[in-house]
Design a protein around this ligand. Structure first.
Ligand code: 4AD
Length: 434
């Protein structure tokens, strides 16, 4: 018989065909007459039915002895199945083993998070993990598509850098030949700022690094950040654009990920509810008053911690932009607010359900003297910013931008309590392996 080689993303067009599928045994159960194999291919799982009468006594005994994660080849007929999650199943004619598997450590029983993270290289094959990383894939694609369609040019910014992007306190550094220390990029922003003079609207999307000694549920030492920078837009227009960006990509990803959200027991309706109308915008001072009204002991000037961010998103029942934080707790490049010099023109987008800040953005200080003063105040070495300061000498313009943490967005969409499952190989203070 002529079997057609397929993958599990091409089922509809192969209905009724005699097919050839390679995959892994995700699970197996059955009786002495019939065995049901769960076969994984391309991040999807299909049931393959092996019937004693059809495949013969000897082959049937071999099927019964197949172990979890054995890689196999199946030949059989692809048929529609109402009961199946994927809509199809395979009636097996024959099979062969490609690679054996014995004693696979991750079994259907419960395992603790440390055990699972120690086996992350294998855990990626588990059903929930398939869905989380499939949703991450959708988000990454939707992000790139959004920026492409909005005429933003991708600028790949360097990972090894000589200037400090955010703060001196959380730098990974390494020796760099005869040139002293190189730092792993905390942000691509300063390089994006150079590129707006060439392309107006630019973005970067890549790994960034923070040597933060925080063991919270939302900090990684290596995380993926989407950053965008635009010439000639101010803080409010920057917020408008972020609002459109997040609500557009979420709508797209929710509609494409319904089956994955179901695996994660995440209600797509609830998620869609968050993005029906623009996110609320409040000023930092207003946020402090709301918290004080709710009997929180917080003073103007203090940063808003995770718990309090959660109080605010619960109050507004969705994500909320908090604008114009105190200058003293924000980065050197943010533009001073002309209406209240204690604050800067910035906004953080805080996501609900304990996810917290997913975006940090601001209008940038475009004046040469002012930014030199801010660098000095922050105790940063002005010399290593000479190239950045040139931008304020040659055709400086008002400009704004923002950064979105991909893992926190994945956590929000998937309804996960911790960002460590939102990246294939998390890097945490206490984890560098596998
Ligand atoms: O607020 P941050 O530090 O902003 C910047 O780096 C700016 N240079 C961005 C820009 O304006 N171009 O970080 C931006 C976002 C945060 O809102 C958060 O979502 C994420 O990056 N983030 C982290 N995610 C995981 N682990 C960490 N340690 C993170 N630190 C920041």
């Amino acid at each position: 018989m002529n079997y057609k080689k397929i993958n599990l993303y091409e089922l509809t067009e192969n209905e009724g065909n005699e097919i050839f599928l390679t995959g892994w045994v995700h699970g197996i159960r059955g009786s002495n007459k019939v065995q049901f194999l769960q076969i994984r291919n391309s991040g999807r799982i299909i049931q393959a039915v092996a019937d004693r009468q059809t495949i013969g006594e000897e082959e049937f005994e071999k099927v019964k002895s197949l172990k979890q994660e054995t890689s196999i080849v199946i030949e059989g007929k692809l048929v529609k199945s109402e009961k199946s999650e994927i809509g199809f199943e395979i009636q097996v004619n024959s099979f062969s083993v490609v690679g054996s598997s014995d004693g696979y450590p991750i079994t259907p029983k419960e395992h603790g998070p440390d055990f699972l993270h120690d086996h992350r290289h294998l855990w990626l094959r588990s059903k929930r993990q398939l869905s989380i990383l499939a949703i991450r894939n959708e988000l990454s694609f939707a992000i790139r598509k959004f920026f492409y369609e909005n005429h933003y040019v991708l600028i790949d910014t360097p990972i090894l850098t000589g200037s400090i992007g955010e703060s001196a306190g959380s730098l990974f550094s390494t020796e760099y030949f005869d040139l002293g220390n190189a730092y792993l990029a905390q942000t691509g922003q300063l390089y994006l700022e150079t590129a707006i003079f060439a392309h107006n609207n630019v973005y970067c999307f890549g790994p960034t690094f923070r040597a933060e000694k925080s063991k919270t549920r939302r900090h990684l030492t290596e995380f993926w950040m989407l950053e965008a920078e635009s010439a000639n837009i101010g803080n409010e227009e920057n917020i408008d654009f972020q609002d459109k960006f997040i609500r557009t990509i979420l709508a797209e990803v929710i509609s494409k990920s319904v089956s994955h959200l179901k695996v994660l027991e995440r209600d797509p309706e609830k998620l869609s509810g968050y993005i029906q109308k623009p996110f609320k915008r409040i000023n930092y001072s207003e946020a402090i008053s709301i918290l004080q009204d709710k009997k929180e002991t917080i003073e103007w000037g203090e940063d808003i911690n995770a718990e309090r961010e959660n109080i605010l998103t619960s109050h507004f029942e969705s994500a909320v932009f908090i604008r114009n934080y105190p200058k003293s707790i924000k980065a050197f490049y943010m533009k001073e607010n002309p209406e209240d010099k204690r604050t800067v023109l910035c906004a953080d987008l805080i996501a609900p359900e304990g996810v917290g800040e997913i975006i940090g953005g601001s209008e940038r200080e475009e004046n040469y003297e002012s930014i030199v003063q801010r660098l000095n105040e922050a105790g940063l070495p002005v010399d290593s910013y000479s190239w950045y300061l040139d931008l304020r000498k040659y055709g400086s313009v008002p400009h704004s931008g923002f950064g979105l943490g991909l893992e926190r967005l994945v956590a929000w969409v998937c309804g996960l309590p911790h960002v460590r499952e939102c990246i294939p190989f998390p890097r945490l203070m206490g984890r560098l392996f596998p």
